[in-house]
Design a protein around this ligand. Structure first.
Ligand SMILES: Nc1ncnc2c1ncn2[C@@H]1O[C@H](COP(=O)(O)OP(=O)(O)O)[C@@H](O)[C@H]1O
Ligand SMILES: [Mg+2]
Length: 315
């Protein structure tokens, strides 16, 4: 049994218009996705901006209303709010956002920001609480004089550390990390990723790690789903995705990873051109006549890709 199982999840946003402000159409932000996150592992969710990643993340933590499908946590269907309440789901599943400046309350001191989720679930004395927050700050490599400061007194990387400390405060089993390092400089990104990994081992956490950049998630993820237009175009192990990509959209994301080796610059350029050509010429292999992503087909026991289904044995 997985820690979290997502079954045929759909989130459609109504578009209203006309004189009576009626529903005229829908945005199919998430349109039928399935995946399983195993305990202690990191699941990557990767796709361009607008592909529906944040909508999945927000649905999981209960910030977005699900149109249909199921969210199952440790075998219990938690799609409905009262089911989540019953099993303390909000303690077990936390979220970290990209923009720590707006997700951390600027008027609160660090001690209150980090203690807030604890206060919802535990009654600690002032001393106990302070001790607990101090040890959380220590875990994320922040000095204890941070306790009485405000978010604006820190750098972006430090604020992301505070966000992580807040997320682990309730000792959750799963953290949804939505583009946690995308706003940070490259050198700071590496630091934050490293301590997220360290904390994962320490707390036996699972992550749903959301990013628009396949380069960033490479060293974090055990399994990866590639998302395009509200659907999964490919899912597999890290090895499947990086070494044996099947869908043109995955190949495009891979060829978009910035390279630092100057020597092979020409080779990479040629590779990018080939991928673009395949995208133009073989579009119908990857998208149907309405531009919709096909259903996933099995590539191997761990690997699926949304390519046009062809009968085996044919030419
Ligand atoms: N509250 C909303 N109302 C209507 N459309 C929305 C809303 N939130 C997101 N969308 C649309 O849903 C799609 C997916 O958005 P999102 O999940 O934020 O993508 P991502 O995180 O991959 O950038 C986009 O087309 C976006 O414009
Ligand atoms: Mg997003």
């Amino acid at each position: 049994m997985g820690l979290l199982e997502i079954k045929d999840l759909k989130v459609h946003y109504p578009i209203r218009g006309g004189f009576f402000n009626k529903i005229v159409d829908y945005v199919y932000a998430v349109d039928g996705v399935d995946f399983i996150i195993e305990p202690g592992t990191t699941y990557g969710l990767v796709g361009e901006s607008g592909s529906g990643k944040s909508t999945i993340g927000k649905s999981i933590v209960g910030l977005e209303k699900v149109t249909s499908g199921q969210i199952v946590f440790e075998g219990t269907d938690v799609t409905a709010k009262n089911a989540r309440k019953k099993m303390n789901y909000n303690k077990e599943v936390q979220m970290i956002f990209q923009d720590s400046m707006s997700s951390l309350n600027p008027k609160k001191r660090v001690i209150d920001i980090i203690a807030e989720p604890i206060r919802n679930f535990e009654r600690l004395s002032v001393q106990e609480e302070k001790k607990k927050v101090q040890s959380l700050l220590d875990t994320v490599g922040m000095p204890s004089d941070a306790l009485y400061k405000y978010p604006h007194e820190f750098s972006g990387g430090q604020r992301q550390r505070i966000g992580v400390a807040r997320a682990v405060a309730t000792n959750p089993k799963l953290i949804v990390a939505d583009e946690p390092v995308s706003a940070l400089d490259l050198s700071v990104q590496a630091q934050v990723l490293n301590f997220m990994k360290r904390i994962q081992e320490e707390y036996n956490l699972s992550y749903l790690f959301i990013s628009h950049d396949l380069g960033v998630v490479k060293h974090m993820c055990d399994n990866i789903a590639i998302m395009n237009k509200g659907r999964f175009v490919e899912i597999g192990t890290r090895e499947d995705i990086y070494s044996n990509p099947q869908h043109i959209y995955t190949k495009r994301l891979l060829s978009a990873i910035p390279r630092i080796d100057v020597d092979n610059r020409e080779a990479h350029k040629a590779e990018r051109r080939a991928v673009e050509q395949e995208y133009q010429n073989l579009h119908s292999q990857y998208y149907d006549d309405n531009g919709r992503v096909y259903d996933l087909q099995t590539v191997s026991p761990t690997h699926q890709a949304a390519v046009k289904h062809v009968e085996r044995g044919g030419a």
